[in-house]
Design a protein around this ligand. Structure first.
Ligand code: DC
Length: 225
């Protein structure tokens, strides 16, 4: 299965939105890998497992009972869709994501999402580690302030509490942790299309990505994409 599009980038760069739009437009599967790290972070916090207990964390991840159903996420039967979207869960995710054993535990799980008719995978290392053979790779960025502003609006829309100043600080800290970790650091794949989205609309970004997709898979035009 080589119909894979990877969309990587830092927090708040718009990857999730763009990946969702592209997957919907093509009728392809969607992998939100950040959700898996968020679930791992949430489960670790609840179980009281420290971020330094790498093997315990990896075993915890392998035992997670996760279900994605009707746009909601369930952990052990409980709807945790909102719980995994808080900044606290995002920070816990970023910490468990720095543990090599956790990343190894999630690797095959993520690769199993590659199914016909195709997959759009969103994360930090989709193009560099999980699907290095993907024919279309995108790396989305925006300034930290713009990304914090987007996150602020998203959280407010969901009725969650937020402070813009705190978000800017947290985004910078998380960027630093995601970029500097030893294993699978956040960085563009050498063959990725880089899109700086600070001054672009969602439509403009998704058009650039879809243009690249149709250039790579011209047969999709005949399929009506
Ligand atoms: O995309 P997100 O904000 O939901 O991701 C939450 C955290 O998970 C992020 O700070 C880093 C980590 N992550 C990762 O290390 N690798 C991925 N492929 C996806 C997310």
């Amino acid at each position: 299965m080589n119909r894979i599009i990877t969309i990587d980038g830092p927090s708040g760069s718009g990857k999730g939105t763009i990946a969702g739009l592209v997957a919907l437009r093509l009728g392809w599967h969607l992998l939100d890998s950040g959700a898996l790290y968020r679930l791992a972070g949430l489960a670790a916090g609840r179980a009281g497992v420290g971020f330094d207990q790498s093997q315990v964390l990896a075993d915890l991840v392998l035992g997670l009972e996760v279900e994605f159903r009707d746009g909601q996420v369930f952990l052990g039967g409980e709807d945790v869709s909102l719980a995994i979207r808080t900044e606290r869960a995002g920070n816990a995710a970023s910490k468990v994501a720095a543990v090599p054993e956790v990343r190894a535990a999630l690797l095959q799980w993520q690769r199993d999402y590659a199914r016909e008719p195709g997959l759009v995978a969103d994360g930090r290392d989709m193009g560099t580690v999980v699907f290095p053979e993907a024919p279309v790779k995108v790396y989305l960025t925006a300034t930290a302030v713009e990304r914090a502003r987007r996150r602020y609006n998203q959280l407010k829309e969901k009725g969650l509490d937020a402070s813009l100043a705190d978000l800017i600080t947290e985004i910078r800290e998380r960027d630093e942790r995601d970029r500097s970790r030893a294993v699978a650091p956040l960085k563009p794949a050498p063959d990725a299309l880089e899109v700086e989205s600070t001054a672009l609309t969602i439509e403009e970004v998704s058009k650039r990505v879809l243009d690249k997709v149709l250039e790579t898979y011209p047969d999709l035009r005949d399929e009506g994409a």
